[in-house]
Design a protein around this ligand. Structure first.
Ligand code: NDP
Length: 332
C-alpha cells in the first residue's frame, strides 16, 4: 500500500499567502484493480507552482481541499495497456506525491520528446505557460513583423517565452522585470530593451525611452498600476492581451482606477482577456511548435527548481514574490 503526501489549503489566503495557510496530509491509496477506475499508480516527479493558484483557490476550492495544480508524473504500476510502467504524463492532480488514475485525465508527453530535454519543461516553456505565450501573441495580439511588443513579468515562465516568440515573429521587444539579474537574463534572450520596473524613477519615462514611438502590442501579465501607465503609450489601433493581473491577486481591498476608456477610445485600442484553455483543441500544434523552437535553440529556457515536496508552499510563495527566473517548479 502506498501513502501519498499532499498539501491542503488549511485556510483561504488573506492577502499574501503564508506557509501556515497550508497543511501537509497523508493519504492512503487503494491497491489497483483490474476493472473500474483504479488502473494506474503514478508518482509526481515535478510539480508546478503558478500564479493562477492564488486567485483560483478562492474560486474553486474550499478549506481542506488539496491544492490545485499540474505535475509531470511517472507511471509506477499499470493495469491500463495505454500507459506502460515508466511512461511520463502531464496531469492536473494537485499538490500530491502519488495518486491513482484510470488514465482518462493523463496526457502522455509528446512521443518526439528528446531524452536530452528536462521533462519539467512540460510544465513551462513546452507546457501551459508556453502555450499561453504562443496563443496570446498569435491570436490576441496578432503581432506582425516590424511591430513593437511590450511584455511585463518578462523574465517569468510566460513572459520569457512571449519575448522570444515575438523576436521569432520579427518584432522589436521591450521587457520589464523586477531585478537587475532578470534584466540581464532578458538581454541574453535577445530582448531589444529591458529595464527593472522597481528601480526606474518613472515607469512612464522608462517605457517612452524604450520605445519613443509607442507600442503596437502589449502582453500584460501584471495589470494594475503598470497597465494603467502602459495603456497611454499604445500606438493607434494597438492590441492589448490581458493575460494576468498578478499585481492584484493578493489585494484584500480591490485597487481603483485610473480607468481605461479614454485611451481606448482615442487610440482605438483592442483589449482582450483570455484563458489559454480556449485553444485546448490546438494544444498539439502549440506544443510541437514550442518543442521545435527549443530544439533549434531559438527559444531558450531557465527553470527555478526547488528541491523537495515539503517545500511546495515556500516555492509558491517565492514565485509570487518574484524570486524565480523562468519557470518555478518543484522536484519531488
Ligand atoms: P511568472 O513566472 O512570471 O512568476 C510571477 C512573476 O510575477 C514574478 O516572478 C514577478 O516577477 C511578477 N510579479 C509578482 N508580483 C508582482 C507585482 N505586484 N507587480 C508586478 N509583477 C509582479 O509567472 P507566470 O509566467 O506563470 O505567469 C505570469 C502571468 O500570466 C500571471 O499573471 C498569470 O496569472 C498569468 N497567466 C495567465 C494565463 C492565462 O491563460 N490567461 C496562463 C498562465 C499564466 P518580477 O520580479 O518581474 O516582478
Amino acid at each position: 500500500m502506498v501513502i501519498a503526501k499532499a498539501w491542503a489549503l488549511k485556510k483561504h489566503f488573506d492577502g499574501f499567502p503564508k506557509t501556515s495557510d497550508f497543511d501537509l496530509k497523508k493519504i492512503e491509496l487503494p491497491d489497483l484493480k483490474d476493472g473500474g477506475e483504479q488502473k494506474l499508480l503514478l508518482a509526481s516527479v515535478f510539480l508546478s507552482v503558478d500564479p493562477y493558484m492564488r486567485p483560483y483557490s478562492r474560486r474553486v476550492m474550499k478549506e481542506g481541499d488539496i491544492m490545485i495544480g499540474t505535475q509531470v508524473a511517472r507511471v509506477v504500476e499499470s493495469k491500463n495497456p495505454a500507459f506502460a510502467v515508466g511512461a511520463f504524463v502531464v496531469c492536473d492532480r494537485g499538490w500530491r506525491t502519488h495518486f491513482i488514475s484510470d488514465g482518462k485525465d493523463l496526457q502522455l508527453l509528446p512521443s518526439s520528446w528528446p531524452e536530452s530535454l528536462p521533462k519539467s519543461l512540460a510544465l513551462g516553456t513546452i507546457g501551459m505557460p508556453g502555450l499561453t505565450a504562443y496563443f496570446g501573441l498569435l491570436e490576441i495580439c496578432k503581432m506582425k513583423p516590424g511591430e513593437t511588443v511590450l511584455v511585463n513579468a518578462a523574465a517569468g515562465a510566460v513572459g520569457s517565452v512571449v519575448g522570444q516568440l515575438a523576436k521569432i515573429g520579427g518584432c522589436r521587444v521591450v521587457g520589464c522585470a523586477g531585478s537587475d539579474d532578470k534584466v540581464a537574463y532578458l538581454k541574453t534572450l535577445g530582448f531589444d530593451e529591458a529595464f527593472n520596473y522597481k528601480t526606474v524613477k518613472s515607469l512612464d519615462e522608462a517605457l517612452r525611452k524604450a520605445s519613443p514611438d509607442g507600442y503596437d502590442c502589449f502582453f500584460d501579465n501584471v495589470g494594475g498600476e503598470f497597465a494603467s501607465v502602459a495603456i497611454n503609450q499604445m500606438k493607434k489601433y494597438g492590441r492589448i492581451a490581458v493575460c494576468g493581473a498578478i499585481s492584484q491577486y493578493n489585494d484584500s481591498v480591490p485597487q481603483k482606477g485610473p480607468y481605461v476608456q479614454i485611451p481606448m477610445i482615442f487610440k482605438e485600442l483592442r483589449m482582450e482577456g483570455f484563458i489559454v484553455s480556449r485553444w485546448s483543441n490546438r494544444r498539439e500544434e502549440g506544443l510541437n511548435a514550442l518543442l521545435k523552437w527549443v530544439m533549434e535553440g531559438k527559444v531558450k529556457y531557465h527553470e527555478q527548481v526547488t528541491e523537495g515536496f515539503e517545500n511546495m508552499p515556500m516555492a509558491f510563495i517565492g514565485m509570487l514574490k518574484g524570486e524565480n527566473i523562468g519557470k518555478a517548479v518543484v522536484k519531488v
